[in-house]
Design a protein around this ligand. Structure first.
Ligand SMILES: Cc1cc2nc3c(=O)[nH]c(=O)nc-3n(C[C@H](O)[C@H](O)[C@H](O)COP(=O)(O)OP(=O)(O)OC[C@H]3O[C@@H](n4cnc5c(N)ncnc54)[C@H](O)[C@@H]3O)c2cc1C
Length: 392
């Protein structure tokens, strides 16, 4: 249970599948095309994933994951980043944790043996000419000891399904759960091929308590500040790079649903310019960066006073609809999403009293081990699945 699914969440953690309700038409082929158009997914795999996505979604519904539906039984979706349809759905901030927990009930029901605290440290393979196949694995049984011969367990296996998650331990600034390091290396070591390894998702996250500051955390339009390491010399570092307060406030607002860094969203004062500026301040200049929900962004010689009326229409209308045209970022956040405030309070951070330290963090590796349409690696009988598989 130490992986990402059970220990991570976000403002509105999203599950992606074929659109199943609503007026916008969707099809398996159209969804496959979307997956393929990213440039890193094989067309056949895109087609299989699209074709099976409703089936797998309804499996989760059937075992009790509370995805929202209407009185007609329709699982309404919403658009996520780069999504032309409405394929996103969410069971709330802890969607993957709920999936994990409901699936665990099924594992227990089926009496599938679970060997907790067994860490696989090596895969065993046999070779015939050019072809390699996996035949087993060596693990440390941490119930006995964390090192030494007595703790080693050897498994013989016809097939190994490897669901070890992404390589979260690679980055210093990361929003992966602290304990989740990943194990892709044990497959690479025996000759498993990898693909798309450079495809990562990065975005802004708090670092004391690891959590993405997406959605309402940005739509509340907090003030971005930076300080020296000792907390002195506070600056509103974004101000120098935007032509008006209206543009700056709108870019912050949009970061809510344009959370991951995207090169396409830098130009024309787009929301991803903020990630670059945070990175520059934090990593290149060695300063600490915070979101301050206590005050609105401040005017300077170049930028006018903060005024909600100067937001672009999209942002203004959104806040108006949510009855969140209020005086401070904290008041707006609390109005739109009180749970977002509670979550930090439960983790020892009071957003009404202190600024929230953030950084540009690694969230998800889209690349990983190579797999074919059956998700079998070039090492036969080894099946990397989930985030460790980089072909999807
Ligand atoms: C903050 C955050 C927000 C996210 N939001 C979204 C989102 O909105 N939508 C989305 O689609 N994705 C999102 N993701 C990505 C998604 O959560 C992960 O890709 C997914 O949960 C990975 O699931 P998994 O089953 O592949 O691996 P994990 O859930 O990480 O599980 C890996 C398991 O393997 C075990 N393990 C690892 N190495 C070994 C070993 N050597 N021996 C034995 N066991 C081992 C671990 O203990 C763990 O139990 C988010 C990720 C983060 C961090």
């Amino acid at each position: 249970g130490g992986g990402t699914s059970n220990n991570s969440g976000s403002d509105k953690q999203t599950y992606y599948k074929l659109s199943l309700f609503g007026q916008e038409k969707d099809s398996v082929y159209a969804m496959a095309q979307t997956l393929f158009s990213g440039g890193s997914t094989h067309g056949d795999i895109a087609l299989v994933e699209a074709a099976l996505s409703p089936q797998e979604f309804y499996h989760l519904v059937k075992i009790g994951v509370p995805f929202p539906h209407n009185t007609f039984g329709g699982y309404i979706g919403y658009k996520t980043d780069n999504d032309p349809k409405q394929r996103g759905t969410s069971a709330g901030p802890w969607t993957s944790q709920q999936m994990y927990r409901k699936l665990l009930v099924q594992v227990e029901k089926e009496r599938i043996p679970l060997l907790d605290k067994h860490e696989v440290i090596s895969l065993l393979i046999s070779e015939k000419g050019e072809e390699k196949r996996v035949v087993g694995a060596i693990a440390i049984n941490k119930n006995i000891a964390s090192t030494g011969l007595s703790s080693l367990v050897i498994f013989q296996a016809e097939n190994i399904v490897m669901g070890t998650g992404g390589p979260g331990g690679l980055y210093k600034t990361s929003v992966y759960p602290k304990k989740h390091l990943g194990s892709s290396g044990i497959a690479l070591e025996v000759g498993a091929k990898a693909v798309n390894l450079t495809e990562w998702q990065y975005g802004l996250a708090s670092i004391k308590f690891r959590w993405n500051v997406s959605g309402t955390y940005q739509q509340a339009i907090p003030r971005y500040i930076s300080t020296k390491l000792d907390g002195s010399d506070e600056r509103e570092f974004l101000n120098d790079f935007f032509p008006s307060m209206g543009k700056l406030a709108t870019a912050i607002f949009l970061k809510g649903y344009q959370w991951p860094f995207d090169v396409e969203k830098i130009k024309n004062y787009g929301s991803s310019l903020i990630d670059i500026l945070v990175y520059q301040e934090n990593i290149l200049k060695g300063r600490r960066v915070f979101l301050d929900f206590r005050k609105n962004p401040k005017a300077n010689q170049k930028l006018e006073e903060f005024n909600l009326n100067n937001l672009d229409a999209e942002a203004y209308t959104y806040l108006k609809k949510g009855e969140a045209l209020l005086n401070t970022p904290f008041a707006r956040l609390k109005q739109m999403n009180p749970l977002a405030v509670d979550l930090y309070r439960q983790n020892g951070i009071d957003l009404s009293k202190e600024p929230l330290e953030i950084s540009v963090c690694a969230q998800h590796n889209n690349g990983g081990l190579l797999g074919n349409i059956w998700w079998e690696s070039n090492i036969k009988h080894l099946f990397p699945i989930g985030e460790v598989n980089g072909t999807h």
